[in-house]
Design a protein around this ligand. Sequence first.
Ligand SMILES: O=C(O)CCC(=O)C(=O)O
Length: 225
Amino acid sequence: MRSKAMPPTTFDLLADDDQQPARTEQIGEQSFVLRGFALPWVEQLLPVLEKILLAAPFRQMVTPGGFTLSVGLSSCGTLGWTTDRSGYRYTRIDPVSGQPWPAMPEVFSELAQAAAREAGFHHFEPDACLINRYLPGARMSLHQDKDERSYDPPIVSVSLGLPAMFLFGGFERNDKSQRVPLFHGDIVVWGGVDRLRYHGVLPLKDGYHPQLGGQRINFTFRTAG
Ligand SMILES: O=C(O)CCC(=O)C(=O)O
């Protein structure tokens, strides 16, 4: 096992001791948690993630209201989601590097498409993968994903590393949210009638994951353009 002092974007590919049996849980009419679905892909995902992060490292973004997000963000794919004082949007260019976002690796899109199919969404063609890094204390407040051109395609959200408590709400911010614990390898897919549900993540608890150390990584695949 590696020490906690390792750089957060370096991963241990050998440890894999929290496998759980794959199963599907329905959390909405067209919303599913695919438990452990990403586990067989992890060894392929992590090395390409490291490469993406060399080109587009995690950064703290600011909302239009001037609030700094606690989650570190990066992206790959044709479009990357960004926020600054002038608003939320998808861009083709990474504003930090001035270069196009790193291409979406095939293994990323294959995983996202396989998960979407498993949840009943065929022909999912993601062009954006937002990469969220949660360190202990980082959270994502309840929000709807509304910056995409069409709400027809689903959202596919992959969890890696430390466990987190996902909040899956209704169509109004104040609607009661379900609390859905997410573990390494789980994938949440929601779309169709559930596409605009509010969702968020409670502050990440301290911990240590054998492959990812003291962090949680989330990939959120969307068709944005
Ligand atoms: O980290 C997660 O599980 C959810 C991420 C999310 O809600 C988002 O990127 O919009």
